[in-house]
Ligand binder design. Structure first.
Ligand code: DAH
Length: 343
């Protein structure tokens, strides 16, 4: 029986060592160590032996069983490791791969547009400021002259964040809170633009994305007038879009500016003729602007008797759309290489 046992052990160990997959190993384990295995059979047959012999064989069988089980466990670890590295190898991407004729990739059109807009404003004497995408109610609404429950808050479909008191923290709905942050952190004169990502609970369509980009402008100085605002917008649109695109201001309302205006540029898709992209108007709204409301100055501790200022905010994605005549803005988020490669 001893010889039988040692044959059994070496045959079992060989079977276990030869299992190449987890599935195979499971089958081999059942065969070598399971209820119907030769080893189990031997255990049954112990009954036929007597006293000492029985104890001795029983102990041997138990030791063999323990060694085979240990071998199976060790093999499982090996096979798992091998399967894992095979999987990682198969899933791995070569991020340095350059396909013939495809170059090495480039910045997304929106990122390029943001950089160009920053350049235009830097050239006009503005500095670039930044703020966080998660904002407090105070910065996003209240300090901008919208007290709690102010009806104008309905102009922005807000995505709230579960943090602190309910509805006290949100994904910023516009870049205007950066105005507040800048005015609280430095005294006038202020000439800044603040580009960044914004969020609204909007359904995407040809001219809207729920995640989009704005660039905010803020000027605070002595004797700033609406004429300065209009001149700045005109200078910017000509510098960025070129002479074929015209801009116009239309009276509007924003709680944080008084008076307020919307500014629009010629629809580049139809050159002002009227099309689906511009809802047949020939114009595309880029953003809003106006003279900083005295209540906003008061909220941040700037004396509205001494200082005046203007502000504006408009969509960076819209600028890309107008400049490149993109009929539907949704392509900007779809990551279709055939679209992205063109820019
Ligand atoms: N924050 C406004 C919006 O997202 C745009 C805007 C309007 C910004 C007027 C301004 C402004 O700075 O003065 O709809």
């Amino acid at each position: 029986m001893s010889a039988d046992l040692s044959d059994l052990e070496s045959a079992g160990a060989a079977r276990i060592g030869g299992a190449a997959t987890l599935e195979e190993l499971r089958a081999v384990e059942a065969e070598v160590l399971g209820k119907r295995s030769a080893l189990a059979d031997m255990t049954q047959r112990l009954r036929e032996l007597d006293g000492d012999e029985r104890r001795k064989r029983g102990q041997e069988i138990n030791e063999i069983r323990a060694r085979l089980q240990a071998a199976a466990d060790a093999r499982r670890t090996e096979v798992e490791e091998a399967e894992r590295s095979a999987r990682l190898g198969a899933e791995g991407m070569d991020l340095t791969e350059v396909l013939p004729g495809h170059g090495r990739g480039h910045l997304h059109l929106v990122t390029q547009t943001q950089a160009e807009l920053e350049d235009v404003f830097l050239g006009m004497g503005f500095l670039v400021a930044e703020g966080p995408e998660v904002e407090s109610d105070w910065n996003n609404f209240e300090a901008l002259n919208m007290p709690p429950a102010h009806p104008a808050r309905g102009m922005w479909d807000t995505l709230y964040v579960r943090l602190n008191e309910p509805e006290s923290t949100m994904l910023r709905t516009h870049t205007s809170p950066v105005q507040i942050r800048v005015m609280q952190s430095q005294p006038p004169p202020i000439y800044i633009v603040a580009p960044g990502r914004c969020y609204r609970r909007d359904t995407p369509d040809a001219r809207h994305l729920p995640t989009f980009h704005q660039i905010e402008g803020l000027v605070v100085d002595h004797g700033i007038t609406f004429g300065d605002l209009a001149g700045t917008i005109e200078t910017f649109t000509t510098a960025y879009f070129g002479p074929a695109i015209h801009s116009r201001l239309r009276p509007s309302y924003f709680p944080f500016t008084e008076p307020s205006a919307e500014f629009e540029v010629t629809c580049a898709v139809c050159k002002g003729e009227g099309c689906r992209t511009c809802s047949q108007t020939g114009w595309i709204e880029l953003g809003g602007c106006g003279m900083v409301d005295p209540n906003v100055f008061t909220a941040v501790g700037i004396d509205p008797e001494e200082w005046t200022g203007f502000a504006f905010g408009f969509g960076i994605d819209r600028c890309a759309q107008v400049r490149h005549g993109i009929p539907d803005m949704r392509v900007l988020t779809e990551n279709d290489i055939r679209f992205l490669e063109q820019f």
